[in-house]
Structures are given as structure tokens and as C-alpha cells.
Write a protein of this length. Structure first.
Length: 318
């Protein structure tokens, strides 16, 4: 902030307070706008839309959910990711987040292969995560968590109830395109970059951003696989310097699950499908892990080389 030509640095606690307040205002405002528009478009009562009552099974209610999801993602992730860099670092979002880097087609193809290759690991960790049991004295809390996640799962299945190509196309935007853009803009573009600045440690920044990314979804029994996805997207962004690569990985993962739900009529779980124990499955998992490690190495080398070439070209233009 400049006052009379002099740069004034706000204390960090004040930045944190202002940033958190504006984030809350943005989320609340856009949520209310979304609920209001959903109520107007569907004709449902404001109280039913606001309560997100899964007992109402209708196409109009599902449409209301999608409208609310659209505005919540904008208010929770997109808008804050655009103004928070100004508050914390006095930088515009474009220069702070990293939209200038240009990734090659090969790098994009490698990114798609990575997210497809990691699916067996996501599946097995999701299965193991679901088997976690809390200590006996926390049995009440565990039941509440399971009840909440069962309710969310029922809501998601209603959300993904597609009757034709039109519903599928709409869900591609709501389930794949929007979360990939909005969440990566916020969690990798702002959170991870901010943690890199404060921690001075790139690996810790990736890990903590992935933890926050998984925690904010409030799904205990899908925490581990979502954390692993966060790590993959975080390192892809770190190595390439291009947020579009992380967005592509996120989009491909969600589109893959959505396509399974539509074409194969399978339930989509955030933690992945339950694996069938046995030697063939274990061998398949090990093979996919070896291939994943190889692809990660190739991706890192290619990404860092591409980033260096882009940086040198950018410097020459200046």
C-alpha cells in the first residue's frame, strides 16, 4: 500500500484479519445470491433450497443445487483468489499465481497420463481410509461423521443423477470444469504460492496446501485420497510454474469419475471404488506405482526444462 509515495506494509495479523473477513463476506454473499437465484429459477421454497433438503427428489431441486454450487465456488474460491494477493503481497493475481507460463502439448499429455495412472492408488487408499475406526470413546463422533458423509453421498448421487446427454454436459461444467478452475485457482494459485513465500520451503508448501485442500472438503473418509490428489496437483504446479497444468489434472480426475457415473452407471465416491483383494489386483497396483514414478520423473524433467526455456524467452523480450 502506498501513502504519499511511501510503501506502507500492513502487519501480518491485520492482513490475515482483513483477508479472512473479505473471504467470509464473499462466500456468504455469493451463497445467498445463489440460493436466491435457485429459488427463483426452480420455484422451490427458499427454506428448502437453503436447507439443501435431500429428501426432495426432483429435477428442479437438482437444478437448484447446481446453481448454488456455481455461486458458492465463485464466492469461496474464485473471488478470494483474485483479491487476496493484493492484500497479502500487493501483487495482481495474474503475476502472483502464474498464468504466463506456457506448457507444451507433451507436458499436458503427461499430466493426463499421471492422473489416470494414479487412480489405482487413489482407489486403495480410499478403501483403507473408509476402514479407519476411531477409538471407542469417540464412537459418537464417528457415527456423526458417517451420518454426515452418508447424507452428503446421497446428495451427490442426486446431483449426478443424469437422464440424458444434456444433464451430462451440464455436469461436465459443474463437476469438472468449475471445480478444476476455481479450486486450483485458490488452493494452488493462492494458498500454495503464499505458503511458499512464508515457509521458504517448496515441499512443505505443497504438503500443507494439499492438507488444507483435503480438509476443506470436510470428508474424513475421503481425506487420504484427496490429499494424494492435492500432492499431485501441487507438484505439477510447482515443477511447471503453470497453474493450467494443475487445472487440467483436476479436470481430468473429475471428468473420469463423472464419465464412469454416466456411461457405466456406477456410484461415484470421492475415495474411489473398493478394490477386490487378490494377487492380480496387488500386481496391478505395483505396476501402476512403478509407471507413476517413471511418469513423475519424466514430467518433472520436461516441466523444469520448459519453464527454463519460457523464462529465458520472457527475459529476452524484456
Amino acid at each position: 500500500m502506498n501513502i504519499n509515495g511511501h510503501k506502507v506494509e500492513w502487519p501480518f495479523p491485520l492482513k490475515l484479519l482483513i483477508g479472512a473477513s473479505l473471504w467470509f463476506i464473499s462466500f456468504s454473499l455469493f451463497s445467498l445470491i445463489g440460493i436466491g437465484i435457485a429459488s427463483a429459477f426452480t420455484g422451490l421454497k427458499f427454506s428448502d433450497i437453503q436447507a439443501m433438503n435431500p429428501g426432495i427428489h426432483s429435477s428442479t431441486f437438482t437444478l437448484g443445487l447446481k446453481i448454488i454450487q456455481l455461486f458458492e465456488d465463485i464466492g469461496m474460491f474464485v473471488v478470494p483468489a483474485l483479491f487476496l494477493p493484493f492484500i497479502f503481497f500487493q501483487k495482481g493475481p495474474a503475476s502472483f499465481i502464474g498464468f504466463k507460463s506456457q506448457s507444451t502439448l507433451l507436458l499436458m499429455l503427461l499430466a493426463i497420463l499421471l492422473i489416470l495412472c494414479i487412480q489405482p492408488l487413489i482407489s486403495i487408499t480410499g478403501y483403507l481410509n473408509e476402514m479407519v475406526r476411531l477409538p471407542g470413546f469417540l464412537s459418537g463422533l464417528e457415527q456423526e461423521i458417517r451420518d454426515m458423509e452418508n447424507k452428503n453421498q446421497a446428495m451427490m448421487q442426486q446431483f449426478l443423477n443424469m437422464h440424458g446427454p444434456g444433464d451430462f454436459i451440464i455436469n461436465i461444467f459443474i463437476v469438472a470444469v468449475l471445480p478444476a478452475f476455481a479450486e486450483e485457482l485458490f488452493f494452488r494459485g493462492f494458498v500454495q504460492r503464499s505458503l511458499q513465500h512464508w515457509m521458504r520451503n517448496e515441499n512443505l508448501a505443497v504438503i500443507f496446501a494439499a492438507l488444507i485442500f483435503s480438509f476443506i472438503h470436510f470428508e474424513f473418509y475421503g481425506f487420504v485420497p484427496r490429499f494424494i490428489l492435492g500432492l499431485l496437483m501441487g507438484y505439477a504446479y510447482l515443477w511447471s510454474g503453470d497453474l493450467k497444468i494443475a487445472m487440467l489434472i483436476h479436470f481430468t480426475n473429475n471428468f473420469f469419475d463423472l464419465s464412469l457415473s454416466y456411461f457405466m452407471k456406477q456410484d461415484v465416491k470421492t475415495s474411489g471404488a473398493e478394490p477386490v483383494p487378490g494377487f492380480p489386483q496387488i500386481l496391478f497396483l505395483l505396476s501402476s506405482m512403478i509407471l507413476l514414478a517413471f511418469l513423475l520423473y519424466v514430467f518433472k524433467m520436461r516441466a523444469q526444462a520448459a519453464q527454463l526455456i519460457w523464462y529465458e524467452g520472457d527475459q529476452n523480450e524484456e
